[in-house]
Design a protein around this ligand. Structure first.
Ligand SMILES: Nc1ncnc2c1ncn2[C@@H]1O[C@H](COP(=O)(O)OP(=O)(O)OP(=O)(O)O)[C@@H](O)[C@H]1O
Ligand SMILES: [Mg+2]
Length: 286
């Protein structure tokens, strides 16, 4: 059901021919991910991220969203998973199965699910850790200043132990840490999870601002309201397959999306409650 033509996996990346459609910073073609040689988590997903855009990936529990991100950042083997089909190209270069550190150095940064910060390190130490691929000290300072500009809250908390920050502050730190590598593409795995609406709004504004500064974004979310308000384009994944694909506006107006994700359709109330129960469950298990 993906909108991408099925034969793109076999073709080499065409690069940037004159007069072509806007360049893709990321192109995932026919991706299949299998864990422990038997669990098929992603079944032929294709995803295109035009340079400078925000693409939302929506989908419920176990849909395969995190597996997709792990495949992009080369972190599947840590989880006993592997790419069994398909290709991933970043800025026109094939990065399928590339070394994770190389992928970061090439310009991809990820904020993992559950805002994993180093809880026993200070805010400042966390940020420095995020800049491990940056060699020049002056560049590192520049990135750090940029992060502090984006997150004035973190300035006050510079010397605080990250584990004592609020959930919202930890999410800001997790995003700030990813930005320390000065990525061209930022992958965010459910940044709104377990956060109060006001904090979700702040995080949304920051994502928009990061994007305005030229960083392309893949936003994995269960919170469709938040994600579709930001996204230029959205993809809905269920059971490892793309079941819907469209512009942010088209998906916001889509009946199924309204019912299953936004809770505003006729069957919305029932499904919305399911989503809320799930979110609550996840919050406690995080
Ligand atoms: N390390 C693993 N080993 C085995 N199976 C896994 C592993 N990680 C994920 N899976 C399975 O792969 C499928 C997709 O999981 P994934 O974590 O990618 O989904 P998700 O969309 O991110 O879900 P969630 O919203 O709960 O985070 C699920 O069936 C899950 O149980
Ligand atoms: Mg996930």
């Amino acid at each position: 059901m993906s909108s991408a033509p099925p034969d793109t996996a076999a073709r080499p990346d065409p690069g940037t021919p004159d007069g072509a459609a806007p360049d893709s910073i990321l192109r995932v073609s026919g991706l299949e991910v299998v864990y422990r040689s038997v669990i098929l988590a992603v079944r032929g997903v294709s995803l295109e991220v035009p340079e400078g855009s925000i693409v939302a990936v929506l989908g419920s529990n176990g849909a395969g969203k995190t597996s997709l991100l792990r495949a992009i950042t080369g972190l599947l083997d840590v989880h006993h998973g592997e790419i069994t089909k398909g290709t991933i190209a970043f800025a026109g270069k094939d990065i399928t199965n590339a070394d994770p550190a190389k992928i970061v150095r090439s310009g991809v940064a990820q904020v993992m699910e559950g805002r994993r910060v180093f809880t026993s390190l200070t805010v400042e130490e966390n940020l420095r850790a995020g800049g491990y691929t940056v060699r020049s000290r002056s560049e590192l300072r520049e990135h750090e200043e940029r992060v502090y500009e984006l997150f004035p809250k973190l300035v006050e908390r510079r010397s605080s132990i990250a584990g004592y920050l609020s959930g919202g502050e930890q999410q800001m730190l997790a995003i700030g840490r990813a930005l320390m590598a000065s990525p061209r593409l930022l992958l965010l795995d459910e940044p709104s999870l377990g956060l109060a609406p006001l904090i979700v709004k702040q995080i949304s504004e920051i994502i928009a601002e990061v994007n305005r500064s030229g960083v392309s974004v893949v936003l994995v979310e269960q919170n469709a309201t938040m994600a579709l308000a930001l996204a230029d384009h959205g993809t809905v994944v269920e059971n490892g397959r793309v079941v819907k694909d469209g512009t942010g506006e088209a998906l916001r107006n889509d009946k199924d999306i309204q019912e299953f994700y936004l809770g505003t359709g006729e069957a919305g109330r029932r499904n919305f409650r399911d989503v809320k129960t799930y979110r609550r469950k996840k919050r406690w298990s995080a």
